[in-house]
Design a protein around this ligand. Structure first.
Ligand SMILES: Cc1cc2nc3c(=O)[nH]c(=O)nc-3n(C[C@H](O)[C@H](O)[C@H](O)COP(=O)(O)O)c2cc1C
Length: 380
């Protein structure tokens, strides 16, 4: 299979496994613990039935959607993915370029390989910056200042990582904090020479936003140690005000899975929330994010914009989330598979696949615009 013969996101996933060492694919794909929430995200989306409508005059369809203050050609953005630059050389730049070409927002993770400045230099449109709130407040203030200087158009504050959910595959492969590299890992990496030439021979292999700023973090291993010491379990809603003082722009709070939390997030003056369980990578046993979306949308949909992620692998999934109250979706693993498979071209392929599937779904359910997508478009 080549990129040209790829028909769906699952094909990109197969190509990704061919190119990227299995230990890294384990990190990219896995959910935490028993992976029940990861499975629920996918299953609950797939179980939502879409109403087939015919002879409804569904020609001239458009996917235009306004979210976070901009009109976009598609109702989706690229989610923050830590260590994207280990999937493909300068992976964050590759994904940001693909997003820019498609006219959709790209979100750069705090834990990226390319830095805020690297990405800003490579694209012409503003991107979103995702912030992890760390203990070192000076460092967080500096990150916010850098995001402002780079003209980032929204700050995505991720609030569901106060401790790290364990992924069993990372423990087995040694991709833990701190990492344990065993000879078998090296053996498995050696099986992927194209990835070695592309990623390991590239110049960027550390956490770009941290590099050179924190003493004693000379390489990827010591960075991981530092980052693990930085999770702040004492965080509360009061701390969001601290961020608000430093970031007057659009604020998106990511990782909301509860109606009460959604109300509290709305009270902070956030522009948007992301209904998200971190792709099933944090609280194992949590509900699927799609099952929480309608309740949260009903409770706060008129106060904040509702974004959604978790398990989106098709345009049909985007349609389902929009019908249940999301204004736009974040693509996570769906575009990450493309990045692993073929860099920027792979991400563009993922965007094209999802947008084509959404278009066909709209036609077959008799709608021409995204405003026409509502709960009425689903079987109850
Ligand atoms: C490998 C990987 C790394 C991630 N890194 C981050 C991150 O750095 N910051 C963040 O807010 N979310 C992170 N996420 C969560 C995604 O932003 C998003 O919420 C999730 O991938 C959505 O689920 P899906 O992949 O099933 O679509 C990560 C997800 C994956 C799969």
């Amino acid at each position: 299979m080549t990129l040209n013969s790829v028909a769906c996101i699952d094909d990109l996933r197969r190509l990704a496994h061919r190119r990227v060492p299995s230990d890294f694919m384990g990190y990219y794909e896995s959910g935490s613990y028993s992976q029940s929430t990861l499975a629920a995200n996918l299953r609950d989306l797939a179980e939502i039935k879409i109403r087939q409508r015919v002879l409804a005059g569904a020609a001239n369809r458009t996917q235009n959607q306004s979210f976070l203050g901009a009109k976009r050609p598609h109702p989706f953005a690229l989610a923050p993915i830590g260590l994207s630059g280990m999937a493909y050389r300068d992976g964050e730049i590759a994904a940001a370029r693909a997003a820019e070409k498609a006219g959709i927002p790209y979100t750069l993770s705090t834990l990226s390989i390319c830095s805020i400045e690297d990405v800003a230099e490579a694209v012409t449109q503003p991107f979103w910056f995702q912030l992890y709130f760390m203990r070192d407040r000076g460092f967080v203030a500096d990150l916010i200042a850098r995001a402002r200087k780079a003209n980032c158009s929204a700050l995505v504050l991720t609030v569901d990582l106060q401790v790290l959910g364990q992924r069993h595959s990372d423990v087995r492969s040694g991709l833990t904090v701190p990492p344990r590299i065993h000879p078998k890992t090296i053996g498995r990496i050696a099986l992927k020479p194209a990835w070695i030439a592309n990623v390991l021979m590239g110049k960027r292999k550390t956490f770009g936003n941290v590099a050179g700023r924190i003493p004693g973090t000379e390489n990827l291993l010591s960075y991981m140690d530092w980052i693990s010491s930085q999770f702040d379990q004492a965080l509360s809603w009061d701390d969001v005000a601290w961020i608000r003082d430093r970031w007057p722009g659009k604020l998106i709070i990511k990782g909301i899975m509860d109606v009460e939390d959604a109300r509290l997030a709305a009270k902070t003056g956030a522009t948007a929330i992301v209904v998200s369980n971190h792709g099933g990578r944090q609280l194992d046993g949590a509900a699927s994010s799609i099952s929480m979306l309608p309740r949260i949308a009903d409770a706060v949909g008129s106060d904040v914009e509702i974004l959604f992620d978790g398990g989106i692998r098709t345009g049909q999934d985007v349609f389902r989330a929009l019908a249940l109250g999301a204004r736009a979706c974040l693509l996570g693993r769906a575009y990450l598979y493309g990045l692993c498979a073929a860099g920027e071209a792979g991400v563009s392929k993922a965007i094209e696949l999802i947008s084509n599937e959404l278009d066909v779904t709209m036609a077959l359910s008799g709608v021409r615009t995204l405003e026409q997508i509502s709960r009425d478009c689903l079987e109850t």
